[in-house]
Design a protein around this ligand. Structure first.
Ligand code: UD1
Ligand code: UDP
Length: 375
């Protein structure tokens, strides 16, 4: 079985490491993987560091598409991916998540009748103003194998008309949907073990800090929301150190949205450490050490849960509804009072129970088996 895996954005590169590892360790006789990097993320610390650190095979193709508007970026990727697929002629294409790289892969592969395998299928925010919501719905609906990490995701697929019936050979008109756990849980378990045995340069922050990440476009590109979030961070910094690895999008937008003086104030605050994006092992180290996590990231919300840390979600909703229903995370959107109040509450009353809802840490092996059986 020959598969082509498409990655482009940071979280997809990290996710891909779980499947590549399962192939290397258990399926090297039966699955041959070729990796294509669209080049959506290209800074060293947004891309290359993960290939190096997470033992992912180097991409055979880098389309070097770079940044651009949705239409331009997606169109360039689609053209490049189609060309690669016509050259490689794989049995299937593996796509992760909900970025423009996912959408481009789905369009390119499905139109030339190459089965699409969608990992992280079924997740919905029910907000079609999010580019990610459009990308994942479109990808799901032209996929042949859909792997959902949660029951909520699996049930969303049923509500959208997917059948629970499994076919010996799945096709785009008769897709198979599975609830199978989360490959990022596989990764967090696997790499946490490595992190425990290494010396990490992030240990300068000790244990008493809050980890924060912000990059979602509706936060970075809206001055009121961005101001409210950063004012809340400044307020919290009166009592707590905040460590903030800054996404390049946010770095670019901060002075545009809030002004250079505000950025100066942030940088001169002794209790706020704004640092460059970190590697995944460093990120796991920070997540493990932090008292609490504040984020608008999809992946970081889940990692907070995997590592048993309370999480403040800087969004009006989440696809990971279970973590909010269980009381381990709180939706605070960009609301100054909610962020400050709920953070204070969680620091005083950290949740104790984190039920296992993301599988058993072997989701990637399950996926490989199903790919071999059903494509
Ligand atoms: C993308 C995904 C988002 C995902 C995020 C993960 C889409 C529509 N969005 O958002 O779902 O959560 O990746 O991080 O696909 N930039 C750099 N260097 C880089 C990459 C980006 O400077 O290596 C800057 C550029 O100014 C660029 C901006 O970040 O214009 C946004 O990058 P882009 O890939 O378009 O979207 P993200 O916000 O990263
Ligand atoms: N991450 C990282 N370094 C950082 C910030 C995040 O390695 O400086 C990892 C994080 O641990 C998670 C993934 O990147 O696995 C999440 O990516 P991101 O927040 O960019 O995107 P999203 O998950 O929201 O799509």
């Amino acid at each position: 079985m020959r598969i082509v895996t498409i990655v482009g954005a940071r979280p997809q590169i990290i996710k891909a490491s779980a499947l590549s590892r399962a192939i290397r360790e258990c399926f090297s006789d039966s699955i041959e993987e070729t990796i294509v990097h669209t080049g959506q993320h290209y800074d060293e610390n947004m891309s290359e560091v993960f290939f190096r650190e997470l033992e992912i095979p180097l991409p055979k193709y880098n389309l070097a598409v770079g940044s651009g508007s949705h239409g331009v970026q997606t169109a360039r990727m689609t053209e490049g991916i189609e060309h690669v697929l016509e050259t490689e002629k794989p049995h299937a294409v593996v796509l992760y998540g909900d970025t423009n790289s996912t959408l481009a892969g789905a369009i390119a592969a499905s139109k030339i009748h190459i089965p699409v395998i969608h990992i992280e299928a079924g997740l919905r925010s029910f907000d079609k103003n999010m580019p990610e919501e459009i990308n994942r719905i479109m990808c799901d609906h032209c996929s042949t194998l859909l792997f959902s990490p949660t029951y909520a995701g699996y049930n969303n697929l049923l509500k959208e008309g997917f059948s629970p019936q499994l076919h010996d050979k799945a096709t785009v008109n008769q897709p198979n949907i599975y609830h199978c756990g989360d490959i990022m849980y596989d990764n967090t378990l696997y790499f946490s073990r490595k992190v425990k045995s290494m010396h990490c340069k992030q240990d300068i922050y000790g244990k008493d800090f809050v980890l924060c990440t912000i990059h979602r476009n509706n936060n970075t590109d809206d001055s009121q929301r961005l101001s409210s979030i950063f004012r809340a961070i400044i307020e919290m910094s009166r009592h707590m150190r905040i460590v903030l690895p800054l996404h390049p999008r946010t770095k670019k937008m901060l002075p545009i949205m809030l002004g250079k003086d505000f950025v100066e104030v942030l940088h001169s605050n002794d209790n706020i450490d704004i640092i460059d994006p970190v590697s995944f092992l460093d990120m796991i180290y920070l997540e493990t050490s932090a008292s609490m996590i504040i984020t608008d990231s999809g992946g970081v919300q889940k990692e907070a849960y995997f590592l048993k840390k309370p999480c403040i979600i800087l969004r009006p909703q989440t696809e990971w509804v279970e973590i909010v229903e269980n009381g381990n995370a709180a939706i605070c959107d960009a609301d100054f009072d909610l962020i400050v109040d709920k953070s204070g509450y969680y620091l005083e009353n950290p949740p104790k129970d984190y039920p296992e809802i993301f599988g058993d840490g072997h989701a990637a092996e399950f996926m490989c088996k199903k790919i071999l059986e059903c494509i």
